[in-house]
Design a protein around this ligand. Structure first.
Ligand SMILES: [Zn+2]
Length: 680
């Protein structure tokens, strides 16, 4: 198939790509995945495949690119030249815009069409169904298109409507555990390119791992500013079997011979699967397989020495790019998060929905998805020590503001939480994510309804502080939120995640722990420690460690971002970020010892201090359950409270929390109640 379409291109530089093309016609396959170095000849392969489909198997085709610019470049530099130089395609694919509907990113041909889309637009990716889906550089494609999920996933969903679909993905990997293409490769039969040593005739795969066999001599008389004594221009490969050396030229000849032998049907050479049979063929391609002069051993050795030199100065981006772009391997970037087993072992014996002694003030963080509301309730103490009181999800249809899931969220917001003292605590502030375009109307309606009770509509942004006072509502700017008369609070998610799982002197609360007398790892007590209960839902641990801070391609050196691992949900982490935001809105991190002590006194001696101060808010309905029943001096300790109705719970929440805190001037944020002046 290749000779006919690819015309003059002779594959001498990238002989292994012919094997990738052949996989397209292998029976029983549903797709091809290719994790590759950056100059592996992939664009030519992609163009050839498109030409073949248009000519021989016409059907709708979508090709996803990371950016619009890349889509147009591919069209002008690869696709259109191929059509122009191939008479069979020229006859089928009109390229001029005189034809109706033809653009740089849309082509028509008998039996189908071809669309180049880019990953920033969910509408584009979701607009049509196709039989063939291609993804170019999946690791650079948008991971979350307007909160509707990864663009790669959205594209694959477009293929479901056709019988007998085929998807093709090719790209360089990025960071281990974050890389989409590395994740996809796990589902494949993992083919590697085996070449024979011209000395001993034994074979070895020339994937990125074979870099271990590349060496270069040192010259004691040299002192190069970057290379030191190393002599990269004399780099060679050492056969792991017979330890004889290969020059660069010998390596190229061995690569070409492997293809010749595979084509002749000699087993053991060229592409060989290293994993069980799969519906997806996977190909590992490194520069060590390339026959192009820009991928010679000398060039590679120089690049590696430069990267090592940079790494010694603390800049790891060069090394990362060498792994990704030359070896076609994901770069191992150490995650600061503790292991899941460690977190599980550190759980503590207190019940869900109860607050241990140190926790004195409650906040809630909620992440709203199309079919559920995920939430955490967190109790805060001195030095931002914190206890998980609840982690879970409310399933429903939160897109509809009248859906029962919102009533259920009200129950979590306004119910009493039993404190170890026997008293009750109430949620004082809540931050609810409004970034999802589908659910934002419902979130705004909910937050407007409860805005006097510390309920904030928030949106995560990568820059800035965890909490900041929102800008005044500008009536001239007709945003969705302003139509609801709402401020949207921006949450600095990068800083919040730094604090929870990050690196650095003040980061990584999740890691804070100590050993007990038996040598077991426990959370212990102290500023910043994070506690969770034994029965916490098991997915909490996986989700709280779901992100890695690592460099992103295309950003300035050593700039790191938090990104979610592919295939892992991260709502628990998001909810923690939002609960932290809510606590910062209350300035809990700035409370004085006197203020903490006053709350503890109220909890220890409720009859002397706390209850005398509690009053009803003028506007609120009377509580369903009269507090006087429990407050009689000398009465037995109150039994655990059944959950109250929403109205009753709301009333008691306002009643219990605030008068004392208001006296202590601990209300904090811009949203705190101003209508709390009426004593009972
Ligand atoms: Zn050998």
């Amino acid at each position: 198939m290749t000779a006919e379409i690819s015309g003059k291109w002779t594959w001498t530089m990238f002989p292994y790509m012919q094997g990738v093309l052949d996989a397209f016609l292998e029976p029983g396959l549903k797709g091809i995945r290719c994790m590759k170095s950056s100059q592996a000849g992939w664009s030519e392969t992609l163009a050839t495949l498109l030409g073949f489909i248009i000519d021989m198997m016409a059907a709708p085709i979508i090709v996803l690119f990371p950016k619009e610019k890349k889509a147009k470049e591919f069209n002008l530099e690869r696709f259109e030249p191929m059509v122009n130089s191939t008479p069979r395609l020229q006859a089928k694919v009109p390229l001029t815009s005189r034809e109706k509907g033809i653009t740089q990113t849309f082509k028509l041909f008998p039996g189908g069409w071809l669309k180049f889309v880019h990953s920033h637009s969910a509408d584009e990716v979701k607009s049509s169904s196709a039989r063939y889906g291609f993804v170019e550089e999946p690791d650079e494609c948008d991971r979350d298109v307007r909160n509707q999920g990864s663009s790669v996933k959205l594209l694959l969903e477009r293929l479901k409507w056709f019988f007998d679909t085929f998807s093709i993905m090719g790209g360089s990997p990025t960071i281990e555990d974050l890389s989409t293409i590395a994740f996809e490769m796990e589902l494949t039969d993992k083919r590697k390119w085996f070449v024979a040593c011209h000395h001993c005739d034994k074979t070895l795969p020339l994937d990125g791992q074979a870099w271990d066999h590349v060496k270069w001599p040192e010259d004691e008389t040299r002192n190069h500013p970057i290379f030191g004594k190393a002599v990269p221009e004399r780099a060679f490969l050492v056969c792991p079997h017979c330890h004889a050396t290969w020059t660069n030229q010998e390596r190229v000849l061995n690569v070409r011979r492997a293809w010749d032998l595979q084509r002749q049907g000699v087993p053991g050479y060229g592409w060989i699967p290293t994993a069980p049979r799969s519906e997806f063929a996977g190909f590992y391609i490194s520069d060590l397989m390339s026959c192009a002069p820009q991928a010679s051993l000398q060039v590679l050795a120089e690049k590696r020495l430069e990267a090592d030199y940079k790494a010694r100065t603390g800049d790891l981006t060069g090394l990362m790019l060498f792994y990704n772009n030359q070896l076609g391997l994901p770069f191992k970037y150490k995650s600061p998060a503790p292991k899941i087993e460690e977190l599980e072992a550190r759980c503590e014996d207190y019940a869900e929905l109860t607050v241990p002694w140190g926790g004195l003030r409650l906040t809630l963080g909620a992440d709203v998805q199309g079919d559920r509301i995920a939430l955490v309730v967190v109790a805060w103490g001195r030095g931002e020590e914190s206890w998980r009181v609840y982690w879970g999800e409310i399933h429903g249809n939160p897109v509809d503001q009248n859906d029962p899931s919102w009533t259920e969220l009200e129950r979590f917001l306004f119910r009493p939480y039993r404190h170890a003292s026997g008293e009750e605590l109430y949620v004082e502030a809540a931050s609810i994510d409004s970034a999802d375009g589908n659910t934002s109307d419902a979130v705004y309606a909910f937050c407007r309804k409860h805005r006097h009770r510390g309920v904030m509509a928030i949106r995560g942004v990568e820059t800035g502080e965890i909490y900041r006072v929102p800008r005044p509502i500008d009536p001239a700017r007709k945003t969705k939120a302003s139509r609801y008369g709402l401020h949207v609070y921006l949450v600095g998610t990068e800083k919040a995640k730094d604090l929870i799982i990050g690196f650095g002197e003040h980061g990584g609360k999740l890691r804070l722990s100590e050993k007990d007398d038996h040598g077991n790892l426990i959370t212990g007590r102290g500023a910043g420690r994070m506690h969770w209960y034994r029965e916490i839902r098991g997915d909490y641990y996986k989700q709280i460690t779901s992100e890695i801070k690592a460099p992103r391609k295309g950003y300035r050196r050593n700039k790191l971002f938090w990104d979610v691992k592919p295939g892992v949900r991260n709502e628990a982490l998001d909810c923690e970020v939002y609960a932290l935001h809510a606590s910062r809105s209350l300035k809990i991190n700035l409370m004085t010892e006197a203020q903490w002590f006053a709350i503890e006194e109220r909890l220890r001696q409720p009859d002397l201090i706390g209850r005398a101060n509690r009053g009803e808010r003028g506007e609120l309905p009377a509580p369903v359950q009269a507090p006087a029943q429990r407050n009689t001096p000398g009465a037995a300790p109150a039994p655990p409270q059944p959950e109250k109705t929403v109205a009753g719970a709301a009333a008691s929440r306002s009643r219990a929390v605030d008068p004392l805190l208001a006296q202590l001037n601990m209300g904090g944020g811009a949203h705190t109640q101003s209508d709390s002046t009426t004593p009972y």
